[in-house]
Design a protein around this ligand. Structure first.
Ligand SMILES: Cc1cc2nc3c(=O)[nH]c(=O)nc-3n(C[C@H](O)[C@H](O)[C@H](O)COP(=O)(O)OP(=O)(O)OC[C@H]3O[C@@H](n4cnc5c(N)ncnc54)[C@H](O)[C@@H]3O)c2cc1C
Length: 386
């Protein structure tokens, strides 16, 4: 009989790890969450929680929401400003230290034990157990969940998600924003075209703004120069409080994310959509899927987690794969798309309803593709929109 220290060990106290921990611990299984940093810890992130992500959160996050967003200011290369207002908030602004701390405390309330300042250094999977080592301690568990972010140690040590694609994005916290942000309360700003194959964003955080830039393309670009130019143009360079960069994983390719006893979740598995960079939703969703699978398999005699791979292929991959195709048609045609949404704002409202969880990207993509390739192709439509 194996003496397990815990039924489940989860590595990483981001939204993926804490969601899974709360759900598993609330069934009475013993759960240890290992986190490298003391909590609360900061995380470089825009902190935009879509309504669909909000609805998946394991606990009410209203107390830490800094702004509820119902409008979107869109620029194309700093020009052609358009403002779209939805009938209700589709996005909620948070600071990640506050969100992740709230989720971690919920996981503790559900029965999770958390050890902070404990980075996982070594992992050994045997037939009956997983042995997890930090600098000073060693634990034996039945199952291990790797929710340790884009540069996952668990993935690396276990040979999982090997071909994960990564990009770099910059995120600055700035005391002031461009003046148009005050003219349009409850708005975020997105400038497509500020950078090739990506966008620059301004997210309001009540007492400051999160301003960042990222590109999903492979072409090397000087993101810092682009962001600094923007800050200079709006005379807010001196208002920068904090400046950071961090990797984002780009989902869309099918990667191995499970063994018999080890699963990857969230960014560790590469679950960030490669069109807009939304990752919190997929972190929480994969946390939920992994937790349900662990609970289910824990009850079975086989106790084999590898069926998680098929669950991910069914629940998460179709959307990520399709969004990488959207990326291929969206960014190269950004001028046309901008003209299209200006003329037909209902396209933008379709986008809002996806972020709200009312429609799925999988349903919207064929419409976008049809529109873009209607008649004799993009050129025809471009001429039509003139
Ligand atoms: C600049 C930028 C802006 C973004 N903006 C948005 C946005 O507005 N909206 C959105 O939905 N997504 C956004 N994302 C993506 C989002 O931040 C991630 O998808 C999300 O944080 C993934 O959550 P996670 O729980 O998988 O991992 P993380 O949040 O990265 O958490 C991983 C945890 O694991 C810990 N850890 C790492 N290694 C170890 C180890 N060896 N041992 C123990 N612990 C370890 C880390 O300290 C961390 O606490 C953005 C990302 C970037 C880089």
């Amino acid at each position: 009989m194996i003496a397990y220290d815990y039924d489940v060990i989860i590595v990483g106290a981001g939204p993926a790890g804490t969601t899974a921990a709360a759900r598993i611990a609330s069934t009475g299984m013993s759960v240890l969450l290992l986190e490298k940093y003391p909590l609360p810890r900061s995380k470089t992130c825009g902190g935009g929680v879509t309504r669909r992500a909000l609805q998946k959160m394991p606990v009410d996050i209203t107390p830490i929401i800094r702004e509820s967003i119902d409008s979107l200011i869109v620029f194309n290369q700093g020009a052609k400003k358009q403002v779209f207002t939805h009938h209700r908030p589709y996005l909620f602004m948070v600071m990640r230290d506050e969100l992740d701390y709230l989720l971690a405390n919920h996981a503790i309330a559900c029965g999770t034990k958390i050890e902070t300042g404990e980075a996982v250094k070594h992992i050994e999977e045997t037939k009956d157990a997983v042995i997890v080592s930090t600098k000073s301690k060693q634990y034996q568990c039945r199952y291990l969940l790797g929710a340790d972010g884009v540069n996952s140690t668990v993935a690396r040590l276990c040979g999982l998600a090997k071909e994960k694609q990564k990009i770099l994005a910059l995120e600055y916290e700035v005391a002031q924003g461009p003046t148009y942000m005050q003219e349009h309360p409850r708005s975020i700003m997105i400038d497509y075209g500020a950078v090739a194959n990506g966008y620059l964003w301004v997210f309001p955080k009540h007492d400051h703004y999160s301003i960042g830039v990222g590109s999903f393309g492979t072409k090397a670009q000087d993101l810092q120069a682009i962001l600094h130019q923007f800050l200079e143009r709006h005379a807010i360079m001196d208002a920068v409080i904090d400046a950071k960069g961090h990797h984002l994983s780009l989902g869309g390719r099918s990667l191995k994310v499970a063994t018999k006893r080890i699963l990857l979740l969230g960014d560790a598995a590469g679950f960030v959509e490669p069109f807009g960079g939304e990752g919190i939703y997929y972190a929480v969703y994969s946390g939920e899927i992994a937790a349900n699978h662990v609970i289910e398999q824990g009850k079975q005699a086989s106790r084999d987690l590898s069926g998680y791979q098929a669950l991910i292929e069914r629940e998460i991959m179709p959307e990520l794969t399709m969004l990488s195709k959207v990326n291929d048609v969206f960014y190269p045609n950004i001028g046309l798309i901008h003209r299209m949404i200006t003329r037909y704002p209902q396209f933008m409202h379709k986008g809002f309803s996806v972020l709200e969880g009312e429609k799925s990207y999988v349903k919207v993509y064929p419409v976008l593709k049809r529109v873009l390739s209607a008649g004799k192709g993009i050129g025809l439509i471009a001429r039509y929109f003139g």
